[in-house]
Design a binder for this molecule. Structure first.
Ligand SMILES: [Zn+2]
Ligand SMILES: [Zn+2]
Length: 130
């Protein structure tokens, strides 16, 4: 049985591997996520950092304070600009779910900052905001 999933950026330069079983799947509607994804929210496939492996391809990153007050180091591909993952201070790596080879592994278990969601946001049904 496969216990890992791989993923990478649009151009294929950057690849990673991570646990197939995420700790958490968060759909986030905070203003940072709206801005950096350019969409209604961000789908974060959160895995334990010990299971995350950066396979190849240099990333560029920005370290910024998140709405939570914690610093997140956000990695993206310098070639194609795909947002890839964020290193949080909680021991979790937040992978942009759309970059997984099997993006359907993301099944949202939590919606964050729904009070900030846009009128056209697709808030996953049955999820309580936080
Ligand atoms: Zn790329
Ligand atoms: Zn967010």
């Amino acid at each position: 049985m496969t216990t890992t999933v791989e993923g990478g950026c649009f151009c294929g330069a950057v690849r990673y591997r991570a646990a197939r079983d995420p700790e958490l799947c968060v759909y986030c509607f905070c203003s940072d996520c709206l801005k950096r994804m350019g969409s209604d929210g961000y789908a974060g496939f959160m895995v334990d950092e010990d299971t995350f492996e950066h396979l190849h391809g240099d990333t560029a990153y920005v370290a910024a304070e998140a709405a939570s007050g914690r610093t997140v180091k956000r990695h993206f591909c310098p070639e194609c600009g795909s947002h890839l993952w964020g290193e949080t201070e909680l021991g979790l790596v937040s992978i942009a779910a759309g970059t997984l080879d099997e993006p359907d592994l993301f099944q949202p278990t939590m919606a964050a900052f729904t009070e900030n969601a846009l009128t056209w946001a697709r808030i996953p049904e049955g999820l309580e905001g936080r």
